[in-house]
Design a binder for this molecule. Structure first.
Ligand SMILES: Nc1ncnc2c1ncn2[C@@H]1O[C@H](COP(=O)(O)OP(=O)(O)OP(=O)(O)O)[C@@H](O)[C@H]1O
Ligand SMILES: [Mg+2]
Length: 259
């Protein structure tokens, strides 16, 4: 397959609707006069890891914030889990957003709480009447998933950058999201720790059958995790394909991401 422009993605990558978890059609987003997303068309399929590449400032974070409900597109259609989100009321929208996990670059941890409390916090907020036993078993499973069980009584400030990233992931996973959004999950980590995080992303995909969008500048993370890649340029999806499609592209600009 040759890398194609994504205006064609919606036509060529049609699958039964229940296998498409996110569909963006003609999404636009500006900030004042700064046109960031001009015409974004993309699909995320069930169980898929989709990597988004693009130079700094091209709007990758804005794109996933639109999905997470942290930014609102100016126009275009956004369907999440089969629902056109512009047609949902606030309660329905909250229900959809609860199914989306977001791994922020910072990990968004509370240093004033222990590791255990950082994991209990989102669970208690989600489920008012969760039993002590259930809380304990979910916290422990989440920590085992990311290999941090021994840190349960530490403060996040005592953890290394890679461990904080894993804890951020555990904190998101504990809510069992159907969709995971990773914003630069390996940035600032050494190559070995980055590889551990990439492998964790794969583990999460397999264990929970999550569908994920991964924004990264890390080409090893891309190679390890991507089922499919989209490259964003000038506010549109400029190319789409597998790792080897794009690495072997004849377009020098696309190839430059893989050097
Ligand atoms: N809330 C906001 N208000 C105004 N401008 C914003 C806002 N959020 C993003 N932008 C602008 O949108 C553009 C895209 O930002 P974004 O953070 O999505 O880039 P990015 O592709 O994620 O870059 P990087 O790879 O450096 O993280 C930038 O010009 C940024 O200044
Ligand atoms: Mg960004």
């Amino acid at each position: 397959m040759t890398p194609s422009s994504t205006s064609a993605i919606i036509e060529t990558d049609l699958r039964p609707d229940n296998l498409i978890v996110i569909k963006m059609a003609h999404i636009k987003k500006s900030f004042g006069g700064n046109k960031v997303l001009e015409d974004i068309n993309l699909l995320l399929n069930k169980g898929e890891n989709l990597v988004i590449l693009g130079k700094s400032g091209t709007g990758k974070s804005v794109l996933i914030k639109c999905i997470a409900g942290l930014d609102v597109p100016d126009s275009g259609q956004l369907d999440i889990l089969g629902k056109d989100i512009s047609k949902l009321n606030e309660k329905e929208l909250t229900g959809i957003h609860k199914k989306i996990g977001f791994l922020f670059q910072s990990g968004a941890l509370y240093d004033s709480m222990t590791v255990r409390e950082n994991l209990e916090f989102p669970l208690k907020r989600q489920q008012d009447s969760i039993s002590k036993e259930k809380l304990e078993s979910m916290v422990k499973e989440a920590l085992l998933d990311v290999g941090l069980i021994e840190t349960i009584d530490l403060s996040p400030s005592e953890l290394s950058g890679g461990m904080r990233k894993r804890l951020g992931l555990a904190r998101t996973l504990i809510l069992r999201p159907e969709i995971m959004l990773y914003d630069e999950p390996t940035t600032g980590l050494d190559p070995i720790t980055s590889k551990e995080i990439s492998n964790l992303i794969l583990t999460v995909q397999k264990k929970y059958n999550t569908s994920s969008i991964i924004i990264t500048h890390d080409i090893n993370c891309t190679r390890l995790t991507a089922d499919r890649i989209i490259v964003i340029k000038d506010g549109i999806c400029a190319a789409e394909g597998t790792y080897s499609d794009l690495k072997n592209s004849e377009d020098e600009w696309i190839k430059s991401f893989f050097e």
